[in-house]
Each structure stands twice: as C-alpha cells, then as structure tokens.
Design a protein around this ligand. Structure first.
Ligand code: HEM
Length: 181
C-alpha cells in the first residue's frame, strides 16, 4: 500500500500535490476567516488540557478518539501489511473509529453534514473490514487510504481552527463562542 509520501514522489504525484495544495489553501482560508471573529486566537500558546475537563463527555471521547485514530491510522498505513500486528492494530483502529463516529452522533441533537458523514464512515468501516476478511487487498487498501487520509487527517485538520476545542488546547486566547464553536 503506498503511503502519502510515496504518492507525492511516484506516478500520479501531480494529483497528490494538487490535493495537498487545495487542502492547505482551504485550511488557511478557514483560519483567516475565523480570525476576523477571534483576533486573539494565537495568544497564549502552550498546552491547556483543562479545556477538555469543561467539555461534554461526548466531546471528550470524540477528541481523544480523533487523536488516537489519526496516530494509529498513519502508523497502520506505514507498517508492514498482512501480519498479526497489522490485523490487531486494524481492529483496534476500527474500534476507535466507531467511538469517534458514535460520539460525533451524540455531540449534537441535530442532523448536519458531519452527522451524515459519521454514518457514511461507519458503513465504509464495515466495508473495509469485509474486504480485508475476503482478502480483497486492493479494495481494502483503497478504502483504508480514503478513511485515514480523508475521514481522520483531513477532517481532523479542519476541526483545529480558532474557537474549537482542539485549538483551545494549544492557544488560550481563543475562547469558545457562546454556542460552543
Ligand atoms: C469520521 C470522521 C469525523 C466525523 C464524522 C466527525 C464529526 C463531528 C461532529 C458531528 C462534530 C460536531 C460539530 C457540529 O455539529 O457542530 C465534530 C466536532 C469536532 N470534531 Fe469531529 N468528526 C470526525 C473526525 C474528527 C477528528 C479526526 C478529529 C481530531 C481530533 C475531530 C475533532 C473534532 C473537534 C475538535 C470538534 C469540535 C469540538 C468543539 O469545539 O466543540 N473530529 N466532529
């Protein structure tokens, strides 16, 4: 399974670079937009774990599951495939992803794009495990790349913006808005 680094160097590198550039520009645009409302957002750089203590249980579970899913997902993409360790790490990652999506559904009592994404990701997780159990390696590998790079790294990046808890963890000058975001 090719890693992002291999894709950025090998065949199809231009598409991979375009995707990285689009995500980077979009992320910078979102941060700049948020800075209009929260001009002090870069103040108070450090580690402020106390913001997690004031969050709801579903937000705490979601944030922790998000960080663990990103770390395990990247590790899994880079590690040798088909080994007992790959299988164990895969089931651990899928369990963490279920906690991530379950907590996402519990966080807000409304249906929005992210709630729909949570349901879609649960379905794709099941499909990825099904392909793995049937030894359909190419399909399994493709879905895993989509889930790790898209559903964890890209989605996680866009939650790390001024006003959100993952930003407040590192910048004390970015208070949550009255609505919590
Ligand atoms: C399957 C992927 C994911 C889904 C479906 C998802 C879904 C959600 C949902 C539904 C919310 C509530 C937002 C709202 O309704 O306004 C949310 C918020 C949030 N998510 Fe995720 N998320 C995902 C991945 C991640 C990852 C990987 C992280 C990284 C740690 C993350 C961190 C956060 C944070 C920090 C918030 C905002 C909490 C706050 O400031 O109140 N999410 N997410």
């Amino acid at each position: 399974m090719s890693t992002l680094r291999q894709r950025l160097r090998g065949p199809g590198a231009s598409q991979a670079w375009i995707a990285v550039a689009i995500v980077t520009v979009a992320y910078v645009a979102v941060v700049v937009d948020r800075l209009q409302d929260l001009p002090d957002a870069f103040r108070g750089f450090g580690f402020h774990p106390q913001v997690l203590l004031h969050a709801s249980w579903s937000t705490q579970v979601h944030l922790l599951a998000g960080f663990v899913a990103m770390a395990l997902g990247v590790l899994q993409l880079r590690a040798p495939k088909g080994t007992p360790r790959h299988r164990a790490l895969g089931y651990a990652w899928a369990t963490v992803m279920l906690a991530l999506c379950g907590s996402a559904l519990a966080m807000k009592q409304h249906v929005g794009l992210l709630q729909i994404l949570a349901v879609i990701v649960i379905g794709l997780l099941g499909k990825a495990v099904w392909h793995a159990r049937r030894h359909e390696v190419a399909q399994h590998a493709h879905l895993m790349r989509v889930l790790v790079l898209g559903a964890t790294l890209a989605v996680g990046l866009f939650t790390a913006v001024p006003g959100r808890i993952s930003w407040q963890l590192f910048f004390a000058g970015s208070p949550a808005t009255a609505a919590g975001r």
